[in-house]
Design a protein around this ligand. Structure first.
Ligand SMILES: [Zn+2]
Ligand SMILES: [Zn+2]
Length: 401
């Protein structure tokens, strides 16, 4: 073969190889492009939203969603009698709780909560709903799991240091609710994607004021289009006269008195948090069509038409008759309005016209006289005048985001 022909053949072969590489690059690039860019900030008309569940067929139940028993060994005293499961259950019943989540640190039992807390002979009750859960305790932060039935927690513990996508798929497979604990804690903040969580501990322990940074994170997540339920948790490890079971107390509006209904209410955001088991409960409703009949409550998501909506805030329980309560409403990360209500008629209404198509949310806090908690006598003073907080009411949140 003469040299020129040979050189040309080599050249052609080289060009063919380059072409194959080039085409391969193009197809990989084409595959890497997302089919459709989902921009949560875009103004867009949503399709039909899921129907709003009944506002009356259900039951308000209260409980604590962050409690440690002796199976958590970080209480300073590792004795099995520091905080027995039986003590927790009896106390919860004595303050009228409907549910409780004993959330022991899973790292203390190498992920095996199934054979520790849940297998504890005292972990049973006829009247109190016991959620199956644990405090998922990882290098990147803490989160509580909640489930109506036992699940393979070991599997969730085993992926604690994996990428969030791996954790997310295991969480989905296990069918559990994940909640970010003390998300702005100085050493143990929640360092995972909030796409993993259904709720946030926006009120950790008796000292309300230390939760300010957690509230900022929560509002950021709400602004981004995520519906994240507000919940509380005392995070108690041992009996105390300042911070104990119920400081604070989380209320859920459950469709029925079952553990599954409690978890569903948590996931759906039908919650509010009160300073203690005896403090008033706040309920937050909206009337969408001016017929003086409420159409939605906290956690619910409706389409805004641009018409005026009437919002109603009401307190129930131990409301002190001759006292003034102050309701502070937040809308889309800003102070919206402050309203006074008298304890003798603890209802207040206000109006607003959430913009059509755009996303908006409203939630509120209530300040007023503190409520005595005789079993935890010094708690009321620490909580001060913080009475309650509601989960948000949502407009135009994309259920598919
Ligand atoms: Zn923690
Ligand atoms: Zn804890």
């Amino acid at each position: 073969m003469d040299m020129i022909v040979k050189r040309n053949r080599i050249k052609m072969k080289f060009i063919r190889i380059i072409n194959v590489v080039f085409v391969a690059c193009i197809s990989t690039a084409a595959l890497a492009q997302p089919a459709k860019h989902n921009n949560p900030w875009a103004v867009k008309e949503l399709g039909a939203l899921p129907p709003i569940q009944s506002l009356t067929d259900g039951i308000w139940l209260k409980g604590d969603l962050h409690v440690h028993s002796s199976h958590s060994t970080d209480g300073g005293d590792a004795s099995p009698n520091r905080h027995p499961v039986s003590t927790i259950i009896n106390f919860a019943k004595s303050v009228g709780f409907g549910f409780i989540a004993i959330t022991d640190h899973d790292n203390h039992v190498l992920g095996d909560v199934e054979h520790h807390t849940w297998a504890d002979p005292a972990f049973k009750s006829d009247s109190l709903l016991l959620l199956y859960g644990a405090e998922w305790t990882t290098t990147r932060g803490h989160g509580n799991t909640f489930s109506a039935k036992p699940y393979n927690h070991q599997k969730f513990y085993d992926v604690r240091d994996q990428r969030d996508t791996v954790i997310g798929s295991v969480k989905k497979e296990l069918g559990i609710h994940l909640s970010a604990n003390h998300p702005a804690g100085p050493k143990d903040h929640f360092g995972f994607s909030y796409d993993l969580v259904n709720s946030m501990e926006v009120w950790n322990s008796v000292l309300w004021t230390k939760n300010a940074n957690s509230i900022l994170i929560w509002e950021d997540m709400l602004a981004s289009g995520r519906r994240v339920t507000a919940r509380g948790g005392s995070d108690t490890h041992r009996p105390s006269d300042i911070n104990y079971i119920g400081t604070p107390t989380t209320w859920v509006f459950a469709a029925e008195r079952t553990s599954q209904a409690v978890v569903d209410a948590l996931t759906n955001g039908r919650t509010s948090v009160s300073a203690n088991p005896y403090a008033p409960r706040v309920e937050f409703y909206a009337d969408l069509d001016q017929d003086n009949k409420m159409d939605m409550m906290m956690g619910d998501n409706a389409k805004a038409t641009g018409k005026t909506v009437t919002f109603r805030v009401q307190l129930s329980g131990n409301v002190i008759a001759d006292s003034v309560y102050t309701v502070s409403v937040r809308k889309d990360g800003r102070d919206f309005g402050t309203y006074k209500m008298n304890g003798s008629n603890p209802v207040v209404e206000f109006e607003d016209a959430p913009v059509a198509i755009m996303r908006s949310y409203y939630y509120l806090t209530v300040h007023g006289p503190s409520t005595d908690y005789p079993q935890v006598p010094r708690s009321a003073k620490v909580t001060g005048n913080m009475v309650a907080l509601s989960s948000p009411i949502y407009f135009n949140f994309d259920p598919n985001f």
